[in-house]
Design a protein around this ligand. Structure first.
Ligand SMILES: *[C@@H]1O[C@H](CO)[C@@H](O)[C@H](O)[C@H]1NC(C)=O
Ligand SMILES: *[C@@H]1O[C@H](CO)[C@@H](O)[C@H](O)[C@H]1NC(C)=O
Ligand SMILES: *[C@@H]1O[C@H](CO)[C@@H](O)[C@H](O)[C@H]1NC(C)=O
Ligand SMILES: *[C@@H]1O[C@H](CO)[C@@H](O)[C@H](O)[C@H]1NC(C)=O
Ligand SMILES: [Mg+2]
Length: 263
């Protein structure tokens, strides 16, 4: 009898909890003045537009965009530096991590993983801060000057994934569109001083691939890896062009980047 009572009480509490959740989901946005009354209409409209724009960009529905819409400067800035970008990255890294834990690795030194470099392993956020977070058009000379300094910081959540992959004996291959001749050494040094140690190879763009689209160039590089016997279990990049084309690997993971688009 007492047991039955306890069961009923529990069921009632559960129901109450469910109902209150459901109600708060429905009612909260309409009653909440912070999303309508207190802030200026232009901020709200900008933010609403910019959220839509950013979602469309990440889903690859908006393509070949050249600059961030000027009214989204603040939106993108806040997204990048105020915690949400880091949280989004952490969540993706958790997904990757559990995928990695379930892999049927053969352990024959041919299990491989492909990582992009810019805004995947190391961050260009400080450079883009000076470019209005992508509201200014792409500036190849400016970017090269920045990259030459070798001061890109590691993205912490990706560095943790990197270390996990290496520890599991997965061969990590870094594939970047950076120019081999002018940026090879500085990129190697930058990765090393940021803790990216123990990767299998760093592949940079050699003269032969100059001018090729990122999709072609990166597909070619992955094809060569597969021809050499590597099994690419995963492929991670901040650009869709990292994750399209041939020999993509068993799973791809798109990282957020609302600041620029590489065709
Ligand atoms: C929202 O704000 C308006 C005016 O600022 C006020 O009249 C109204 O009662 C508020 N509504 C709620 C649900 O707080
Ligand atoms: C409005 O919503 C935000 C989060 O959406 C919440 O933190 C805040 O307390 C709410 N304000 C009011 C007046 O309900
Ligand atoms: C919203 O966009 C308008 C028009 O581009 C701009 O003047 C305004 O500063 C923006 N507001 C914010 C908060 O970004
Ligand atoms: C991984 O991808 C390769 C190549 O597409 C395929 O042959 C293999 O079956 C896949 N393995 C798993 C476990 O999905
Ligand atoms: Mg990149």
């Amino acid at each position: 009898m007492a047991l039955l009572r306890a069961g009923e009480v529990l069921a009632f509490l559960l129901l109450a909890l469910l109902l209150s959740n459901a109600m708060s989901i429905r009612v909260h946005p309409r009653n909440n003045n912070s999303s309508s009354g207190s802030s200026s209409t232009s901020t709200v409209n900008n933010d609403s537009f910019c959220l839509s724009w950013r979602l469309a960009v990440e889903a690859n529905n908006v393509r070949a965009w050249r600059t961030v819409p000027t009214q989204c400067l603040r939106h993108v800035e806040i997204y990048m530096i105020d915690g949400q970008y880091d949280r989004d990255m952490e969540l993706i890294m958790e997904q990757i991590s559990s995928y990695v834990d379930g892999l049927p690795l053969l352990g024959d030194a041919m299990d491989a993983w492909v990582l992009d470099v810019d805004d995947t392993c190391i961050s260009n956020i400080y450079y883009y801060k000076g470019k209005k977070y992508g509201c200014d058009p792409y500036d190849p000379l400016g970017f090269r000057a920045w990259a030459t300094k070798g001061g890109c910081p590691a993205i912490p959540s990706v560095l943790r994934l990197f270390n996990k992959l290496v520890a599991k004996g997965i061969k990590v291959i870094l594939v970047t569109g950076r120019d081999e001749e002018s940026l090879g050494q500085v990129t190697r040094d930058n990765l090393h001083n940021q803790g990216f140690i123990g990767y299998e190879r760093l592949i940079l763009r050699s003269a032969e691939y100059k001018g090729q689209s990122a999709v072609n160039y990166k597909s070619n590089m992955r094809k060569q890896l597969e021809d050499a016997g590597y099994r690419i279990w995963g492929n991670v990049g901040d650009q869709w062009s990292d994750l399209q084309g041939d020999c993509l690997g068993n799973r791809t993971f798109k990282l957020p980047n609302p600041m620029y688009f590489v065709p």
